[in-house]
Write a protein that binds this ligand. Structure first.
Ligand SMILES: [Zn+2]
Length: 458
């Protein structure tokens, strides 16, 4: 039995126990602004004040007493942007079996049914710690295990307490019956109270929608139900995200959305590996964004991501972790590398995608695809201070050649020295500063043991 959820919990405060976003100047790094106006600035400073980027340039004059952080020998870049991540199932890391039978969907849904709200919290908290550690400062938490009151709030609380910038997309419960509408009242209630949950505006709310298919290719949802759901989200003005056309068995889902008049710039389609040419054109015409998750798409057998085709059609593309049940970790450096490699392989051409283009997908283009390019994704004065400093002293780096090339092909999460989100220092000197990692780990292990015990006795 899953313990009864508590009454709807109170929201955390806007700061949620986080360090204050104090003034700071990052000195002397190689700054990859990813802002086309500013370009690259070797040996430059970044001045942060009030959670925002105040100035970027060499030898900046800052008010006396401003704390300094030396980035000598480091690459300073925008914080990395994830665009689709089921953070609630990080507890089940690397549990999808490699034999026929209990594959990803059965493992995820089977264990997901046994989750209590505190398991969502423990899992999301571990995922947030991994995000920060890996240099990811923006996440799109795709929560398709909202099982009742308190579940979504548990995920949102973990996001708020992490310091990350995030969209929380509210979905069905894992294993939710196809002929039943998702909990639209719960979504509307959270939307109504969102001001108290948003971490002072750092978090935004969306709908994780099943659409005609759902995350499981075996799922088929009646049109009357999926239409009612997306219309409810749009009536609230919420952005919507949907898995579509990942596996071959899901062919036609984007065509169904197009025929129903449901595509639009407020919709993000995840995967789209098996989209037809007409479907790609329909996505482009509607201004719909695509999130690709190359590691999960490869491992589950969806085929190769279609990144180059989407970009050529003018579709906004973001990169994503998807689920560490399948992919193991949330290494965005590796996600950039495999994305670029697949594009070049498909083109039989070494220069089809540049390293800088791959880095843009994980920064400014990812932010743009989430509608957040005005606040994050580049080191631009006025934007929120979401910044990483990557040390080049490790044995897998050691030299400072082309910085964008290094970030895409050589860097690893362990090289991320400093992570700043909204002006808050969340990692420094390679150590997490706003997480009690032993506690996060212990809570995750205890939560997993409870989930597995309840799932086994169900
Ligand atoms: Zn997914």
């Amino acid at each position: 039995m899953v313990p009864a959820p508590p009454a709807r919990p109170a929201p955390p405060g806007p700061a949620a126990g986080l360090p204050e976003p104090g003034p700071l100047v990052i000195r002397g790094g190689y700054v990859l602004t990813m802002d086309p106006q500013a370009g690259d600035l070797p040996a430059a400073d970044v001045h942060i004040d009030g959670g925002r980027i105040a100035a970027v340039g060499p030898e900046l004059a800052v008010p006396a007493g401003t704390p300094e952080l030396s980035a000598d020998g480091m690459i300073v870049a925008p914080g990395l942007v994830d665009t689709h991540w089921h953070m609630w199932n990080t507890l089940l890391r690397s549990m999808s079996a490699d034999r026929r039978g209990p594959g990803y969907f059965k493992v995820m849904i089977g264990a997901g049914r046994a989750y209590a709200p505190e398991d969502i919290y423990a899992s999301t908290r571990l995922a947030c710690a991994e995000a920060v550690s890996s240099g990811i400062t923006t996440v799109h938490d795709w929560c398709h295990n909202v099982r009742g009151p308190g579940y979504a709030e548990a995920g949102v609380r973990a996001l708020a307490e992490s310091g990350l910038r995030a969209r929380f997309s509210y979905g069905v419960a894992a294993g939710h019956p196809n002929d039943q509408t998702m909990d639209l009242d719960g979504l509307a209630g959270l939307h109504r109270d969102w001001g108290a949950w948003s971490g002072g505006g750092r978090l935004s709310l969306g709908m994780a929608w099943r659409g005609p298919g759902g995350s499981n290719p075996a799922v088929r949802v009646p049109a009357a139900i999926y239409r009612k759901e997306i219309e409810a989200a749009r009536a609230l003005g919420l952005p919507v995200t949907v898995h579509a056309c990942g596996p071959l068995t899901a062919q036609g889902q984007i065509a169904a959305l197009a025929a129903g008049g449901l595509l639009g710039p407020d919709l993000q389609v995840v995967h789209a590996n098996c989209a037809t040419g007409d479907e790609v054109a329909a996505l482009a015409d509607a201004g719909t964004q695509v999130s690709i998750s190359p590691h999960s798409e490869l491992l589950i057998g969806y085929g190769l991501p279609r990144t180059a085709e989407f970009l050529a059609a003018g579709i906004g593309v973001g990169l994503s972790v998807d689920s560490t049940v399948l992919t193991g970790n949330a290494d965005m450096f590796s996600i950039m590398r495999v994305t670029q490699g697949i594009v070049n392989a498909q083109a039989h051409e070494e220069f089809a995608m540049t390293h800088r283009q791959a880095l843009a997908l994980a920064t400014i283009e990812g932010a743009r695809s989430l509608g957040m390019a005005g606040v994050t994704g580049s080191i631009t004065p006025g934007k929120r201070a979401d910044i990483i400093c990557v040390a080049t002293g490790g044995p897998n780096l050691g030299v400072l050649t082309d910085p964008a090339h290094l970030l895409v092909t050589a860097a690893q999460p362990a090289n991320v020295d400093t992570v700043i989100a909204g002006g808050r220092v969340l990692k420094r000197g390679g150590a997490l500063t706003a997480f009690d990692l032993p506690q996060v780990r212990e809570d995750a292990r205890r939560a997993l043991a409870g989930v597995l015990a309840r799932a086994a006795s169900a």
